[in-house]
Design a binder for this molecule. Structure first.
Ligand code: NAD
Ligand code: IPM
Ligand code: MN
Length: 358
């Protein structure tokens, strides 16, 4: 029996609720595939600050680095919003990504046929959407120096170096080679020097992938095109802040931000996490959609552990639950057979995943 060590970082708000459902589904597929998961929980975010005074205790980094992969929920909440910047949950997450060197955040946005009516856009616009946002995750304006503020002024700096752009561009082109061989690089090169360099370096890297069709788009236009005609996109390559914003926007093609998973990868251990936050407005009510986190667990099985059969089971479980009309509140729309709770949705997906005939 193969055995894997998984670091579980539940975090704040709905984090514990959604991670518990992903664990339920992972255990269901493990039993079918003769594999075993040893989970080790670690604190990050507001809950870590409350216990240790630090939103990212060293122990969390150590546990993560000695695991095969990290499954992460979400952090943050109003309770911690007035703390000094370095004590805030979000600073813990940024430091965590930097410590683990996860420079590439892969955020797929697919539209399930069953949910075309859940989107706020017309079904014919969203049906068949299948795109991948490749977001640079440990550079850009989130990390650039100088940054700071005083009473009357606040400042951040958007910086990218040639090697940082090269490595994320390679990730995007490699992914495009496995898909429909199209990369759209999104920047603001008409205004920002950093984007001008970004564009030049992406052009250079593209020469190594002659089969891939490269286009460039300004971020303002890209935000509009994503809504006007999302099917024109395959791989969207972009920097940290643009990728953050565009992927939340892309989630509404699918119908809910509670559906979109992600993989944050780099040189060592990968972090698998939904793209959404801790949703304090619905925390503790048992109504959060666990699918983004369950789908992140599937990405973990596929990319970090090479357990493709188990991942296929999870993907089938999600599709089947939707096909049979099960919906959490956020995607209930008009055609829900049954509106279910977070934990009911987890159990339904786990059951279908276990029954999947591979
Ligand atoms: P959010 O993503 O937490 O929530 C935005 C909206 O989407 C809310 O109405 C929420 O109820 C809804 N939503 C999110 N996830 C959902 C799910 N699984 N099912 C159903 N509905 C869902 O963003 P926000 O409200 O801007 O931020 C809340 C907190 O989360 C902040 O502290 C923020 O910094 C933090 N945050 C953390 C992460 C992360 O941990 N990766 C990501 C984004 C935001
Ligand atoms: C995300 C979040 C984070 C980000 C915040 C909480 C630091 O919005 O994971 O998308 O901006 O990267
Ligand atoms: Mn975000």
């Amino acid at each position: 029996m193969k055995s894997y060590n998984i670091a579980l970082i539940k975090g704040d708000g709905i984090g514990p609720e959604i991670i518990d459902e992903a664990v339920k589904v992972l255990d269901a597929v493990a039993a079918c595939e003769n594999i075993e998961f040893n989970y080790q929980e670690a604190l990050m975010g507001g809950c870590a600050y409350d216990v240790t005074g630090d939103p990212l205790p060293q122990e969390t980094i150590d546990i993560s680095l000695s695991s095969n992969a990290v499954l992460f929920g979400a952090i943050g909440g109003q309770k911690w919003d007035t703390l000094p910047r370095e004590k805030r949950p979000e600073s813990g997450l940024l430091r965590f990504r930097k410590e683990l060197g996860v420079f590439a955040n892969l955020r797929p946005a697919n539209v399930y046929d069953e949910l075309v009516n859940a989107s706020s856009l017309k079904p014919e616009i969203v049906k068949g959407v299948d795109l991948m946002v490749v977001r640079e995750l440990i550079g850009g304006i989130y990390f650039g120096e100088p940054k700071g503020r005083d009473e009357n002024k606040g400042w951040n700096t958007m910086v990218y170096t040639r090697p940082e752009i090269e490595r994320i561009a390679h990730v995007a082109f490699k992914i495009a080679m496995e898909r429909s061989k199209k990369v759209c690089s999104v920047d603001k090169a008409n205004v920002l020097d950093v984007s001008q360099l970004w564009r030049e370096v992406v052009e250079e890297v593209a020469k190594e992938y002659p089969e891939v069709e490269l286009s460039h788009m300004y971020v303002d236009n890209a935000a509009m095109q994503l809504i006007r005609d999302p099917k024109q996109f395959d791989v969207i390559l972009t920097g940290n802040i643009f990728g953050d914003i565009l992927s939340d926007e892309a989630s509404m093609l699918s119908g809910s931000i509670g559906l979109l998973p992600s993989a944050s990868v780099g040189s060592s251990i990968g972090v698998y996490e939904p793209i959404h936050g801790s949703a304090p407005d619905i925390a503790g009510q048992g109504i959060a959609n666990p699918i983004a986190t369950i789908a992140s667990a599937s990405m973990m099985l596929r990319f970090a552990l090479g357990e493709n059969r188990a991942a296929d089971r999870i993907d089938y479980g999600i599709k089947q639950a939707l096909a049979e009309g099960y919906r959490t509140k956020d995607i209930a729309g008009f055609d829900a057979k049954e509106v279910c709770s977070t934990s009911e949705m987890g159990s339904i997906i786990a059951n279908f995943a276990a029954k999947c005939k591979l």
